[in-house]
Ligand binder design. Structure first.
Ligand SMILES: *[C@@H]1O[C@H](CO)[C@@H](O)[C@H](O)[C@H]1NC(C)=O
Length: 288
């Protein structure tokens, strides 16, 4: 009963998160997957980006920064819920091809003109979804809630219950970038395995979900902004970055060499991380 309740609650939670708050989709700016942290095998950012330091890159830090009283500039994107794309039921999503090969057909299907911002975003998403995972990584672009949950279950183990964690903005303000100070000792969320799902820009809700075999740490961090904004921020620290592309933006932002340090990043509000629920049994850990 407990498991069923947890699962129902979880679904309800997701539905609330995605429908009421209208999350689960649009990235209204044209940033790419790598911005929010994960290996930028997706897009390598031209260094010109860095010359004027794209604000959306101000999400990276190292474990060393995770201390009470530490202040750092952080970018938290805020979306207009009314502009978020719809989450499709699996049957509907499956009736529409989702592959780069079908891009010309999809342009027609959604009535986007070639070269339009929507077309470019769609192309970027399709490409990102087809790029091969890096060593030790499993990735999947989910076009429906059901397929996202299937993927998560496959990684975390069919027997395990899991929970979803995400960033919450406790106050409402329109400021995207400001200095935030860590208020309390960050709470580590046990994550023997984890799946991170990032929203992608697409005509309907698409999540880029992936899981790295390397060791990660997940934290909830209480932050206060200079203007008093409060954020309960989800942060993930990747302890082993040796397989990441040399061009990963985080290395440039943090000024470090690939593999030389852990890399952490904050998650925007509409991205999700799934972790197994802690239980007495450890059968969560050895599936797959
Ligand atoms: C954060 O604080 C530093 C030091 O006071 C300041 O130089 C910087 O401009 C601030 N950044 C933002 C985004 O307000």
């Amino acid at each position: 009963m407990g498991a069923e309740f947890a699962f129902k609650f979880f679904l309800l939670y997701l539905v609330l998160v995605m429908c009421v708050d209208g999350k689960g989709g649009a990235r209204d700016d044209s940033q790419s997957e790598g911005m929010h942290g994960e290996p930028v095998h997706v897009h390598d950012h031209p260094s010109s980006h860095m010359d004027h330091m794209d604000h959306s890159l101000l999400v990276f830090f190292t474990l060393n920064d995770l201390k009470v009283g530490r202040t750092m500039p952080i970018y938290f994107p805020k979306k207009d819920p009314s502009k978020s794309p719809r989450l499709l039921p699996r049957e509907d999503a499956n009736s529409i091809p989702f592959s780069y090969e079908k891009f010309p057909y999809l342009l027609q299907f959604f009535s986007f003109s070639n070269g339009s911002p929507q077309a470019i975003a769609m192309e970027d998403t399709l490409r990102a979804c087809e790029i091969k995972p890096i060593k030790g990584e499993v990735k999947f672009c989910a076009t429906s809630l059901e397929s996202m949950l299937d993927f998560v279950q496959g990684i975390l183990g069919l027997e395990s219950r899991f929970k979803v964690v995400s960033t919450t903005y406790l106050t409402e303000s329109s400021i995207l970038l400001q200095n935030y100070t860590i208020l309390e000792v960050p709470k580590e969320v046990p994550a023997p395995k984890m799946v991170a799902c990032h929203t992608m820009t697409y005509p309907y809700a698409v999540f880029y979900c992936h899981s790295q075999g390397t060791k990660n740490k997940v934290f909830m961090v209480s932050l206060i902004g200079e203007n008093g904004d409060r954020v309960e921020a989800l942060a993930v620290c990747h302890l082993d970055t040796s397989q990441w592309s040399r061009n990963h933006v985080s290395f440039k932002v943090l000024g470090i060499e690939p593999g030389s340090s852990d890399v952490c990043h904050f998650f925007p509000e509409d991205n999700l991380v799934y972790v197994p629920m802690p239980t007495m049994s450890n059968n969560l850990i050895n599936v797959m």
